[in-house]
Ligand binder design. Structure first.
Ligand code: NOJ
Length: 511
């Protein structure tokens, strides 16, 4: 069971309004109480923060904003004392434009060694004023930016699938791979237990960088025919990474892999590649029994041929929170609680995004002036981006910033979160936090959760039911009316059943 921490938004120890590593360390007791096994911490390496840390200027140092290297060492040690594993987020696809390599590339000559660490090309047209191909950036606008050469004249273009501050690396250059291996070893030697690898399907670019047929400029829209991603050469990169990880017993890699095709997805988790890959099907699925069943079947089918462990996630720092996706308000919360129970009943690795355990909604009405996601600017203020799922965690008290910081929080927190704080929910038996705690504990200790498979049961329209080989039965009622539960003892339910009836928008575990 992994718990994803978005460090900017988790807990601020030094009063600058931005979360940091000592803040996380102060909350390890909470995470222990919640019952998770491992943390995935979003990037904390040195960064100018053009994309919340996914623009790394030194991959082997911790940014002072997050407390520097000493804070990371302390966090690793304290987490390990509590038997919590620490998974770092590394960014192999690109660096920051402030990385020394990029400065050297700008200063270097076209065709030179310094430029070959990135993807520089001449422009098209007579004066090279047209970008080398038609690729858009995932964050809006073109994926190419033109640089000025040493004589001040407009020169070559460099590729950035994301923001211009995130130039793509050229993984065909052996120097790039060697440097990444050094980064892996650097952190593993410091005691880190594993890595989440950003854009793990994106590092290899197609030969000749051909134009895209469909130019869809919407953020994070993925499509298997997109030539920017999922090129065969990426698997050789993963094999090299795996070789390094195999030198460290128990080290784990988790790749961000936006690939729909089950066979292609499974290729990333062959025995000599990634240990785990995020399957986003469940997070992309509406609250509908048929859609959820299909997402589960596909996620299991994708990893079965290669014998890998399935992964389940309902949300992360790039996706609107599930409470809001499922309709918001009390219904959204009820559905999110039910879906958590479905997720935790499944075999495999579960990833919980910080704040999901509090039933937090997305904050969709942040004032425009505070939006930080590069998508906001890059889309010409047509897409608000992902800040709404990154609002800081409410810990205690009755008014913002709810113990998150002593200062003003970097994004404003809704006053109505007073009812959702950790303090308000911790001792409340019916709270979402209590439901998460009970569910995580049961999942960890009960023998009924054994077995790597599930078996579907017949169920009324709009519902689903499955059984684990160990004997656990999970029922989801996504229909508008109460349904009768199958025989068995209720181990846990998101809403207490009455007279053997499970209400709408609820789930139950039976043994
Ligand atoms: C995926 C990360 O999850 C997202 O937050 C980031 O903006 C992009 N990769 C670019 O690094």
């Amino acid at each position: 069971m992994f718990y994803q921490v978005y460090p900017r938004s988790f807990a601020d120890s030094d009063g600058d309004g931005i979360g940091d590593l000592r803040g996380i360390r102060d909350k390890l007791g909470y995470l222990e109480l919640l019952g998770v096994d491992a943390l995935w911490i979003c990037p904390v390496m040195r960064s100018p923060m053009a994309d919340g840390g996914y623009d790394v200027s030194d991959p082997r140092d911790i940014d002072p904003l997050f407390g520097g290297m000493a804070a990371m060492d302390e966090l690793i040690a304290d987490a390990h004392d509590r038997r919590l594993k620490v998974t770092m987020d590394l960014v192999p696809n690109h660096t920051s434009d402030r990385h020394p390599w990029f400065a050297a590339a700008l200063a270097g000559a076209p065709g030179g060694r310094e430029r070959d660490r990135y993807i520089f090309r001449d422009g098209r047209g007579l004066d090279g004023a047209i970008p080398p191909n038609n690729w858009p950036s995932i964050f809006g606008g073109p994926a190419w930016t033109r640089v000025a050469e040493a004589d001040g004249r407009p020169g070559q273009w460099y590729l950035h699938i994301f923001a211009p501050e995130q130039p793509d690396l050229n993984w065909a250059n052996p120097e790039v791979a060697a440097d990444f291996e050094q980064t892996l070893r650097f952190w593993l030697d410091r005691g880190v237990d594993g890595f989440r690898l950003d854009v793990a399907h994106g590092m290899a670019k197609p030969d000749g960088l051909p134009d895209m047929e469909r130019v869809d400029t919407k953020m994070l829209v993925h499509d298997d025919s997109d030539p920017r991603f999922n090129n065969p050469a990426v698997h050789e990169i993963h094999r090299r990474i795996r070789k390094v990880l195999d030198e460290y017993p128990d080290a784990v890699s988790i790749g961000e892999v936006w690939v729909d095709d089950n066979i292609r997805f499974g290729e990333y988790v062959r025995p000599d590649e990634l240990h785990l890959a995020f399957n986003f099907r469940l997070a992309e699925t509406p609250f509908s029994a048929d859609a959820v069943r299909a997402a589960i079947d596909n996620s299991l089918a994708a990893v079965a041929p290669v014998g890998a462990v399935p992964t389940w996630t309902l949300s992360n720092h790039d996706i609107a929170r599930e409470v809001t996706r499922y309709g918001g308000g009390p219904v959204g919360v009820a559905r999110a609680r039910a879906m958590m129970m479905v997720e935790l009943a499944l075999p495999g690795a579960v990833f919980i995004y910080n704040g999901a355990e509090l039933g937090l909604p997305n904050v969709d009405d942040l004032p425009e002036a505070v939006l930080r996601d590069p998508v906001w600017e890059r889309s010409g203020h047509t897409e608000r981006g992902r800040d709404g799922c990154r609002v800081p965690i409410p810990w205690e008290g009755v008014a913002p910033p709810f113990g998150f910081t002593r200062a003003e929080s970097w994004l404003p927190m809704p006053p109505e979160w007073a009812a959702s704080t950790v303090e308000a929910q911790l001792e409340e038996l019916g709270s979402t936090l209590s439901l998460y705690r009970m569910a995580i504990e049961l999942r960890g200790v009960r023998p009924e959760f054994a077995g790597p498979r599930i078996e579907w049961y017949g169920s009324p329209a709009g519902c689903l039911a499955f059984r684990r080989p160990g004997g656990l039965v999970c029922v989801l009622n996504a229909s508008p009316v109460p349904i009768s539960l199958p025989p068995g003892d209720v181990l846990l339910a998101s809403v207490a059943p009455e007279n053997g009836q499970l209400p709408a928008n609820a789930a139950a575990w039976l043994v």
